[in-house]
Design a protein around this ligand. Sequence first.
Ligand code: AMP
Length: 189
Amino acid sequence: MAAGSLVIVFLGPPGAGKGTQAARLADDLDLVKISTGDILRSHVARGTELGRQVGPIMERGELVPDELIIAIIREELAGMPEVRAIFDGFPRTTPQAEALDALLAELGAPVDVAVLLEVPEDELVRRLLRRAELEGRADDNEETIKRRLQVYREQTQPLVDYYAARGVLKRVDGLGDPGRIYCRIREVV
Ligand code: AMP
């Protein structure tokens, strides 16, 4: 039997643990995890036209243009009979959040919860530098990390107010053991 639509957005700066926590929650709640960062990295790795376009932007730690991101999301949502999804790393700008609301309105499935993972900036830098050693991501170097955190503050942080105003924002302490953090998330979702 269908479980009904459920839409969760993961907000938070780079290195907050969105990908890890979203993957676990998606598994447990039978949701599709839609990570724009993963989708873009796959295009870069495959050398697609889109990948060639966005690769240099990602290496600089800047945001990919909204219209490209919104097209990706529209394609991901197309054909879903009911929307059961977790968005990881999307939306990142107010126009993206508005576009998501419009797409979801067409599908009759508004954002149910926006989880904000809160982690202090010095800890974020530590985590991202560690990930650089483990995964070798092109954008996990010190200069780009600083730029990504700045981009987050300037362009993505306003979404905290956006979702708070809609009454769906849940703040979660993103410090500590990943299992404990997951428990905190389950208390609000
Ligand atoms: P992430 O894996 O979410 O940290 O994303 C890695 C990079 O992909 C970001 O620094 C951006 O260059 C790009 N990116 C991912 N998601 C978005 C988005 N929603 N809007 C714009 N750019 C994005």
